[in-house]
Design a protein around this ligand. Structure first.
Ligand code: GLN
Length: 273
């Protein structure tokens, strides 16, 4: 597909890929910075480079997400290591980070449930070194990725292997955040596009989409300090259901916040004494 001797600057005009995907894969395969990609547009490809490029382009054409091919995705201004063991961090999830940063009191103990790549916990810890951040996941493979990201960004995030609250015992936290699996089991999107390559257990509860959100809300009653916030990301049509669940469990200040597309994406409430 890609020929030896071809100019760098012409490649993305002729492959069947989104221009941004093509550029990111080019930088990755040829170890070039964004600036080098532009300044070296007249450079020609060696046989080895042409072969490497063809291989990564082919993976993308077959549907593999760019983040898994390059092993990295930016979130909240930081580069996160990602593997197929973790969900690829989404820009919409930055809302959850912003809300947690706004609500976390000085030196608060913060818990991130189902941390995956650690993007949420590490982004928070990176912004707020005063906080004591704990993150857990049921997947040991995910915890390895999260550990690498915590080290990469110089953050002291405590990582625990736990199925939601199961191993926390009597520990208490001042703020709880979660981006749990919330896609409905039979949602067509699970079998389309990039989602096909992501860990299905991180995307869906294999039920009505609210199963893990229910568990998180119920479990927060015994884990969250009085006055503390529980903040959860959820699906585009789940805000009313999540607010109702929070209210039914006695949470106050129940509300939702909109993401970059104007969709109610995070809901939360506080626990009264
Ligand atoms: N926001 C993701 C998506 O719709 C789902 C993430 C999740 O289930 N927590 O692709």
């Amino acid at each position: 597909m890609i020929r030896t001797g071809q100019h760098l600057g012409t490649i993305c005009q002729q492959v069947a890929l989104a221009p941004v995907d093509c550029r990111v894969l080019l930088m990755h395969a040829l170890h070039l910075t964004r600036v080098q990609l532009i300044t070296q547009s007249e450079r020609t490809l060696s046989a080895e480079e042409a072969q490497q490029l063809s291989a990564v382009f082919q993976r993308r054409i077959e549907g593999e997400p760019v983040a898994y091919i390059v092993g990295e995705r930016e979130f909240f201004g930081l580069a996160f290591h990602v593997t197929p063991a973790v969900l690829i961090p989404r820009p919409d999830t930055e809302l959850l980070v912003e809300l947690a940063l706004a609500q976390a009191p000085h030196q608060a103990r913060l818990l991130d449930l189902g941390t995956g790549s650690g993007a949420i916990a590490v982004a928070i810890a990176h912004q707020r070194p005063d906080l004591k951040v704990t993150a857990l996941d049921v997947s040991r493979a995910a915890l390895e990725v999260a550990a690498a990201n915590a080290v990469r960004h110089g953050t002291a995030v405590e990582l625990l292997h736990s199925d939601w609250y199961s191993t926390l015992g009597t520990r208490r936290f001042d703020l709880i955040v979660a981006n749990p699996p919330y896609i409905v089991a039979d949602d067509i999107h699970l079998s389309q596009g990039d989602l096909r390559f992501e860990p299905v257990d991180a995307l869906t509860d294999h039920g009505d989409g609210l199963g893990d959100l229910r568990r998180i809300i119920a479990g927060a009653l015994g884990t969250l300090e009085a006055g503390g916030w529980l903040l959860m990301e959820h699906g585009y049509d789940q805000a009313v259901a999540v607010r109702t669940l929070l209210g039914a469990h006695g949470f106050g200040d129940v509300q939702s916040w909109r993401d970059l597309s104007g969709i109610e994406r995070v809901s939360g409430g506080t626990l009264s004494a």
